[in-house]
Unconditional design. Structure first.
Length: 284
């Protein structure tokens, strides 16, 4: 029995839910999850639906064609349909920090992430032993101001060769190029501390410590051409106080980065996020 997920957004109007659920009935599907949201400010309707297809003779190809002609055209929908067994292929970009990489690969090995990881790309060779330990192909792609164009070309070639569907920046310390972003729009996930824009620079935890902040946090978002300003997927915070050292701040921050990035990956991989007007609708 095949399971599919349907994501929809369009202008809010009468009859959308009835039309979609009736269509599922016509293709002999059984709905096992449905949720919707209306952005009243912009009059936009969002829906996420999961169903089981009970008639194996009805192909996913024909369902997609019929959905477009019978439903989507009438309502002016933007939509996507995914087969559950079709795991997204995720590429990891890393530099020298290893805490997020270890966490992701540990969760992947434990079966917590419904993805394939064909490759890891890095601008340093430091983390290759970790990739080797988990049996994942590691590519060293030098990337700096002098060879940015060549580095971008190699990155794109590798991603296309391995048929990558989304990219995770697991503390990758280089700015992603516009060409790569355009190829993977709303499909590149980043993680960083939540001190921006108050505490920019190389040592934000030190700056925050000197100001006596009481909350630290982490933010995971989709990458856009505007640095660190893309649609937010997941966030979390932890309390700190005067008894904590800078080292405590950094440790708590890294813990949050691990957790928040893992949640964002899981939400994206399970097709629970929808991006609209530089923000996300997340179906938990």
């Amino acid at each position: 029995m095949q399971q599919i997920t349907i994501l929809i957004h369009c202008a809010d109007q009468k009859g959308i839910i009835a039309a979609v659920t009736n269509f599922i009935l016509q293709v002999e599907g059984n709905i096992i999850y449905i949720d919707q949201h209306v952005d009243r400010e912009q009059n936009v309707f969002f829906m996420r639906l999961e169903c089981e297809l009970t008639n194996s003779s009805i192909s996913l190809f024909s369902i997609k064609n019929d959905f477009q002609s019978d439903i989507a055209n009438d309502f002016g929908m933007s939509w996507e349909i995914y087969a559950k067994e079709q795991k997204p292929k995720m590429a990891l970009f890393v530099s020298k920090y290893d805490h997020c990489l270890f966490d992701i690969l540990g969760r992947f090995s434990a079966g917590e992430l419904n993805v394939e990881i064909p490759l890891i790309i890095s601008n340093h060779e430091d983390l290759k032993p970790i990739a080797d330990r988990f049996g994942i192909t590691f590519y060293y792609v030098p990337f700096n101001k002098e060879n940015k164009e060549e580095g971008e070309r190699m990155q794109i070639e590798l991603l296309q060769k391995h048929e990558i569907t989304f990219v995770v920046l697991a503390r990758y310390m280089q700015i992603i190029t516009p060409n790569l972003i355009s190829l993977y729009e709303n499909k590149i996930i980043n993680i960083h501390h939540s001190f921006l824009p108050a505490f920019p620079g190389a040592k934000p935890y030190h700056s925050a410590f000197k100001r006596g902040v009481k909350i630290i946090g982490a933010t995971s978002h989709y990458v856009t051409k505007d640095l660190d300003e893309g649609p937010i997927i997941e966030q979390d915070t932890a309390r700190v106080s005067h008894i904590n050292s800078v080292e405590d701040f950094i440790m708590k921050g890294r813990d949050l980065e691990r957790i928040v990035l893992a949640r964002a990956i899981k939400l994206h991989a399970e097709r629970k996020t929808m991006v609209y007007d530089n923000k996300t609708v997340v179906f938990y």
